[in-house]
Write a protein that binds this ligand. Structure first.
Ligand SMILES: [Zn+2]
Length: 307
């Protein structure tokens, strides 16, 4: 039976089960993004779930954040589907928490490749290191059981879930999910609100591609979809802000790269850029935590291939 919570779109509950990556906010909270659509945010990466008459669909999971208790505060229905936006540990490692419901786990085919290429190895290494979350007794990394290229439509519980493999942006395979009946698009790490983007580090390799991300964001903007809220992979959800968040993220990469380019022309080294960089006013309120990392990605991609 569906447990109804307060209808307000603001913060609904805060269990305070902080066990995740560093974040500007320290407490994980559930935000109601649209009817039946919820995002867990505030500590570590964001993850979302959608409640339907036929069960629950989860988008993203992190072994460091057990989101099942948050979901159970809203509904007792079974988790039927789990999706992962991309193969980074903070988005694709928590399916284990839902194992008793035996959900179908879906990713892009690129994510399945990443599982065998580096994700499983990294997961096992972190288990050996007893990293937070990874040291959960019995924790296992499940691969997606279904992988797709391009587009996948899932009709479930009266809703349409339109998953799209957007190509190489934040990682070699980024998925978005659009729910037209709820005017919501779940963006994974293609979108970061009020926080510098990550560099998508996995096993010592930085996967984030600046131009690839700009190109994907431009394609999403050009779709002109009827969407009220684009849900970010990190940072607060701006309910109802629409495409403006995506435009901000696209502009972020253009503006930041332009600034790095000026410093490269002035002969600055990466170390000097990281030390001297002044974040443009539009993004100056972002916490500085991930700045040095994204500057490095921007710098090397400019030097290596000019974009
Ligand atoms: Zn992330």
């Amino acid at each position: 039976m569906l447990k109804r919570l307060l209808p307000a779109a603001a913060v609904l509950l805060a269990l305070g089960l902080y066990a995740g990556a560093p974040s500007a906010q320290a407490v994980r909270q559930v935000v109601r993004v649209a009817p039946d659509v919820y995002t867990m945010t505030g500590a570590g990466s964001n993850a979302s779930f959608v409640v339907t008459d036929d069960g629950v669909l989860v988008f993203d999971s992190d072994i460091r954040n057990n989101d099942l208790p948050f979901i159970r505060k809203v509904t007792d229905r079974k988790i039927a589907y789990v999706f992962a936006s991309h193969a980074s540990g903070d988005h694709s490692t928590g399916a284990w928490f839902f194992r008793e419901d035996k959900p179908v786990y879906i990713g892009t085919r690129d994510q399945i490749r990443a599982y065998y290429q580096h994700e499983l190895k990294e997961f096992e290494e972190r288990k050996v290191q007893k990293a937070p979350g990874y040291n959960t007794p019995g924790a296992q990394l499940f691969p997606p059981s279904i992988g797709f290229d391009d587009n996948l439509t899932v009709l479930f519980g009266g809703l349409t879930f339109q998953a799209k493999a957007e190509g190489y942006g934040h990682t070699s395979g980024d998925m978005t999910m659009y729910i037209p009946q709820r005017r919501v698009m779940l963006m994974g790490d293609l979108l970061n609100n009020e926080i510098h983007p990550g560099q998508a580090e996995a096993a010592g390799v930085f996967y984030a591609d600046i131009q690839g991300t700009i190109d994907i964001l431009n394609r999403i903007i050009e779709r002109h979809l009827p969407v009220d809220t684009y849900v970010p992979g990190h940072g607060p959800v701006h309910v109802g802000k629409g495409i403006a968040d995506v435009v901000d993220q696209r502009d972020y990469f253009i503006v930041m790269r332009d600034e790095v380019g000026k410093m490269v022309m002035a002969g600055r080294s990466l170390e000097q850029i990281q030390k001297e960089f002044t974040v443009p006013a539009r993004f100056a309120h972002y916490p500085p935590g991930r700045l040095a990392g994204i500057l490095r990605v921007i710098y090397y991609q400019l030097i290596e291939h000019g974009r």
